[in-house]
Ligand binder design. Structure first.
Ligand code: FES
Ligand code: FE
Length: 430
């Protein structure tokens, strides 16, 4: 492993008074904190890379990011998925410049070093001009420390010390399964990956998907009106909906309305499901809760919407910018026309031009734009909703609060603060 430059880290405790639900806005715009975030939040965490269904044969690859580290995910000749830093060991050129594809080897377009799909350096042009002690074996691509999958989702971490993926998902797995475990055959992604840039800090999006239902009736009022059967405004049960919000001690969260008649919004998708079978498989609490509508976040930057079939990553691109990468997830056993209906419904609501997505993006970029001043950038923000009201309700596992609560956001920032204040594995003296 190359030596790492040690940048000084700051104690972020002063930016938080979470017992009173207060957060200093500096954490969303400060450049030094952003660098620390890459080192201490992204580098040690399990991060979402791709869906297993994107790889069907040896040589299939997909390029993405872990934090701001570019990575290649690829299936080796042994059909094993591996992920490597997408940077040539010679002078750091991006080795693979395609978004996705199939290959036998990754050949660097700068001087021609070539790596096989297991990351091994297999060709060095003019190799005879290197000294005798140059050991080709030592110059393979840098591989992630751990890679694992959970019900089709591929995650990896740079930290050899991170707990196993299943453990890192904690109690959120029960909620996540409302999307991943509806079908005995599992899930797959359809269509490509939508990618778009938003002028906002990545935490604004990740936090909202973990926690914020408060904005729904206001920010999305026009969208709800369009979707209402009468066209006269959102149905009362949407505006005054009961629901719960799950807060995981590991920073994850999922908010969802509760309704005895869970149903998918899209007619075709709704018609596909036998709700009795789903109740048998997932239990009443899950079908009437997280499987209604709702959204969640796997800490730090993977979010999902079970009903819309959207899974997405909020890639950090500096303190003021994020890139959203979004896939449409469907059940494998759905007939093709149902898969297509799910895809179109997802794009209509949460695609880059979706009627809900547009509202959310507008909020985040405006929030970021008002943080650039000295005074506006360091004001205290309010996360007090639902303080003291979180409990175990005997229906939904773990700690939940009211649907309209900042509970999961407080959980998200508690985890973020703790990671920011803990030296990561790479900072420890070896
Ligand atoms: Fe890749 Fe030189 S930078 S071969
Ligand atoms: Fe929203």
């Amino acid at each position: 492993r190359p030596a790492r430059v040690r940048e000084p880290s700051v104690d972020v405790g002063a930016y938080f008074d979470l017992d009173r639900g207060l957060i200093d806005r500096t954490i969303f715009s400060d450049t030094a904190l952003y660098r620390q975030e890459l080192r201490r939040v992204f580098a040690p965490s399990w991060l979402f890379l791709a869906h297993e269904s994107q790889f069907s044969k040896p040589g299939d690859f997909f390029t993405t990011y872990m934090g701001e580290d570019p990575v290649i995910v690829t299936m080796g000749r042994d059909r094993k998925l591996r992920a490597f830093l997408n940077a040539c060991r010679h002078r750091g050129m991006r080795v693979c410049r395609a978004d996705a594809g199939a290959t036998k080897a990754f050949t660097c377009s700068y001087h021609g070093w070539a790596y096989d799909t297991s990351g091994k350096l297999i060709n060095v042009p003019n190799g005879e001009d290197y000294p005798a002690h140059f050991d080709q074996e030592q110059w393979g691509l840098i591989e992630v420390a751990q890679l694992d999958t959970y019900k089709g989702l591929v995650f990896a971490t740079w930290s050899p010390e991170a707990p196993p993926l299943r453990q890192a998902l904690g109690g959120l797995a029960w909620y996540l399964d409302a999307m991943l475990d509806r079908d005995p055959e599992g899930t797959e992604v359809v269509g490509g990956v939508h990618k778009w840039v938003l002028e906002g800090n990545w935490k604004l999006a990740a936090e909202q998907f973990a926690s914020d239902w408060y904005h729904v009736n206001i920010s999305h009022a026009s969208a709800l009106m369009v979707m209402s059967p009468t066209g006269k405004g959102p149905k009362a049960e949407i505006v005054q909906t009961p629901g719960r919000q799950y807060t995981d001690p590991l920073g994850h969260g999922h908010g969802f309305p509760t309704h005895p008649k869970s149903r998918f919004d899209d007619r075709v998708v709704h018609g596909h499901y036998d709700y009795d079978v789903l109740r048998e498989r997932l239990g009443d609490a899950r079908v009437e809760g997280p499987m209604t509508t709702g959204h969640g976040t796997v800490f730090p930057n993977f979010s999902y919407l079970p009903v819309n079939g959207s899974i997405r990553v909020w890639h950090p691109k500096g303190p003021d910018k994020m890139e959203v990468w979004a896939w449409t997830l469907v059940d494998r056993s759905m007939p093709d026309e149902v898969k297509d209906a799910q895809r179109v419904y997802n794009l209509r609501t949460f695609g880059p031009t979706g009627i809900f997505e547009q509202d959310d993006g507008e909020n985040w970029s405006e929030v970021q734009a008002t943080a650039h001043g000295f005074v506006s950038g360091s004001m205290t923000l309010n996360y007090q909703m639902g303080l003291g009201l979180q409990t175990e309700d005997g229906i939904h596992p773990g700690t939940t609060g009211h649907l309209y609560s900042d509970g999961a956001a407080r959980g998200f920032y508690t985890r973020w603060r703790d990671l920011m204040n803990t030296p990561a594995w790479h900072e420890k003296d070896s």
